[in-house]
Ligand binder design. Structure first.
Ligand SMILES: [Zn+2]
Length: 191
């Protein structure tokens, strides 16, 4: 039986973040395994989207706040500096990296439809995802996921390849990949 006693409540809260003990699913070698109800509802919705599995996984990791952003790496003491190295204006949290950072804003500004009306500031990426799953059509949700993934890749190119991507290219990369995936999926369905 897993005992909390060996840990302080602070350590426990930090380790499990906002996971509630009521949502405990099982015990694993590394401690309890939790199910967050809201996240699982979101996951069910994400699962129905016709997007590449790697993108679905990426959105899931973004919503679960386990992407290796600088803020998350600093929290785990991998990095010391949590500040976004692209704009230098704020900590690089998931919401900053994919939504609030100027590079991300420039891309989202080019996406037509309801996405443009969403505020520039959000609490967490998970909350944004939940809002968008209510508000957007399925096609818009698919594009949103692809664009977020494309922004993350552009950030990685900046960090690891020293390459800057234009917002229009980031958006085009996302739409092209989505179209190709739908076409490929359509072909597979008719075989
Ligand atoms: Zn930034």
């Amino acid at each position: 039986m897993y005992q909390y006693m060996s840990y302080g409540s602070k350590e426990r809260d930090r380790a499990t973040e906002d996971f509630n003990p009521d949502n405990k699913l099982a015990e694993g070698r590394f401690g309890p395994v939790y199910k967050l109800t809201l996240l699982s509802t979101l996951w069910n919705k994400l699962w129905t989207l016709n997007i590449p599995p790697k993108v679905r996984n990426f959105v899931w990791r973004a919503c679960s706040n386990i992407l290796p952003t600088r803020a998350n790496l600093a929290r785990r003491r991998v990095l010391i500096e949590p500040l976004c190295a692209i704009c230098g204006q704020a900590e690089e949290t998931v919401s900053h990296a994919l939504w609030e950072c100027p590079i991300a804003r420039n891309v989202w500004a080019m996406v037509r439809g309801k996405l443009q009306k969403c505020g520039a500031r959000i609490q967490t990426f998970h909350l944004l995802a939940r809002q968008l799953m209510e508000k957007l059509t399925r096609e818009e949700q698919e594009l949103w996921a692809m664009v977020a993934w494309s922004i993350w890749n552009a950030r990685n190119r900046f960090y690891f390849e020293d390459t800057q991507s234009q917002p229009s290219d980031i958006l085009k990369g996302a739409t092209t990949l989505l179209q190709d995936y739908h076409r490929w999926n359509g072909q597979m369905a008719h075989r």
